[in-house]
Design a binder for this molecule. Structure first.
Ligand code: NAD
Length: 360
């Protein structure tokens, strides 16, 4: 098969880790007989330096005309980088928000997977970890409290602030469909998280999710209140497969789920629109403190590329092969410095990419 992939190296360690992810994709092409045509797109600080703005229309057009976008990360050191002397709407992060909006990416996917080999980095006790965990949080990204009407007023000398949490059934349905589709490719369980004992928006959320569930009889649906979910993530994380939730709850829960894996350099993510199109990126930032040193962990970006193969290109077998190669390299004891532990073999960014590519 032939696909067009937009590559956004970005800033800091971005070019280094995207380079390794491309190495993996090239190996996938070689092994499985596909052809990926890459086009590089400037975003964030790299775009400010070259074009004066963090995102150009040309970049949006290139991304839109691709089958998927693979990104490193953007941004610099806020204290020292000249990008942060610009007004907020012209800084690197504004480019990222703008491209997400332009591409209508309403579904954010954040897997939290505990590798047996990295159990030592997990802050939970052995008995809580049990056989490990493998979940994915599907978060609504363009609605809810963060996008509702807001105002701050003064009434009778008292300051008052109002934020509104609104969801319509279409917004709920499209994200629920994504979650059920993803669960169909996994262990076939959706936990829908809400606050239906208090919020009207959550009661509608629950009703619409149940309507969508009727179209997926082979998938188990359970509902969980968000406060309970926050506890369950550190009490019994192994119970979760797909967690489906609205924007703010997902913001908080996905960070909590990431932290229990303990390894920032390993966490991938994806943002999808209504079609198969998506933007794939590691959960971490551009790590300016280690940029150019050749020591960044490329695995989060490589796993993001695996998600791209699975969700945008429907190449499940190839995605499995990339994930298995990552697991194999960890099993053999290779580690970048961020996940290094006693008795393991320390390798740099390029070497880690080579080792994974060789095992595909
Ligand atoms: P960060 O994730 O870049 O770094 C936090 C710490 O983790 C640093 O010590 C860093 O060295 C380490 N780290 C991160 N990724 C690593 C990797 N792959 N391998 C080894 N170590 C790694 O977060 P930060 O320092 O708060 O932010 C730095 C810049 O990144 C800022 O400009 C911020 O705005 C930007 N940022 C961008 C994105 C994005 O592009 N989506 C996300 C978060 C932060």
């Amino acid at each position: 098969m032939e696909y067009k992939i937009a590559l956004i190296p970005g800033d800091g360690i971005g070019p280094e880790i995207v380079g390794e992810a491309k190495k993996i994709l090239d190996r996938v092409c070689e092994k499985y007989g596909h052809k990926f045509n890459y086009e590089e797109v400037l975003l964030g600080g790299a775009s400010i330096d070259a074009c004066g703005v963090p995102l150009t229309q040309e970049a949006i057009d290139t991304a839109k005309s691709s089958d998927a976008v693979l990104m490193g990360s953007i941004g610099g050191d806020a204290k020292t980088s000249p990008w942060y002397k610009l007004e907020p709407s012209k800084r690197p992060e504004a480019g990222l928000l703008a491209i997400r909006k332009a591409l209508n990416l309403f579904a954010n996917l954040r897997p939290a997977y505990l590798y047996e080999e990295l159990k030592g980095a997990c802050p939970l006790k052995e008995e809580v970890i049990g056989d490990g965990f493998d979940m994915i949080i599907v978060r609504e990204l363009t609605g809810g409290l963060y996008f509702g009407e807001r105002k701050t007023v003064e009434e009778n000398g008292v300051r008052k602030a109002v934020d509104t949490l609104t969801y319509d059934e279409k917004e709920i349905r499209r994200i629920a469909v994504k979650a059920f589709e993803i669960a169909g490719k996994r262990r076939k369980k959706v936990t829908s998280v809400d606050k239906a004992n208090v919020l009207d928006s959550s009661r509608l959320w629950r009703k619409v999710v149940e309507e969508v569930a009727a179209d997926y009889p082979d998938i188990t649906l359970e509902h969980m209140l968000v406060d309970n979910c926050a506890m369950q993530l550190v009490h019994n994380p192994g119970q979760f497969d797909v967690i489906l939730t609205e924007n703010m709850f997902g913001d908080i829960l996905s960070d909590e789920a990431s932290m229990v894996t303990g390894s920032i350099g390993m966490l991938s993510s994806a943002s999808l629109n209504e079609t198969k199109f998506g933007l794939y990126e590691p959960s971490h930032g551009s790590a300016p403190d280690i940029a150019g040193k050749g020591i960044a962990n490329p695995i989060a970006t490589i796993l993001s590329a695996a998600m791209m193969l699975r969700f945008s290109l429907d190449l499940d077998k190839e995605a499995d092969a990339v994930e298995a190669a990552v697991q194999q390299v960890l099993k053999e004891g290779y580690r970048t410095v961020d996940i290094m532990s006693e008795g393991m073999k320390e390798v740099g960014t390029k070497e880690m990419g080579d080792l994974i590519a060789e095992r595909i």
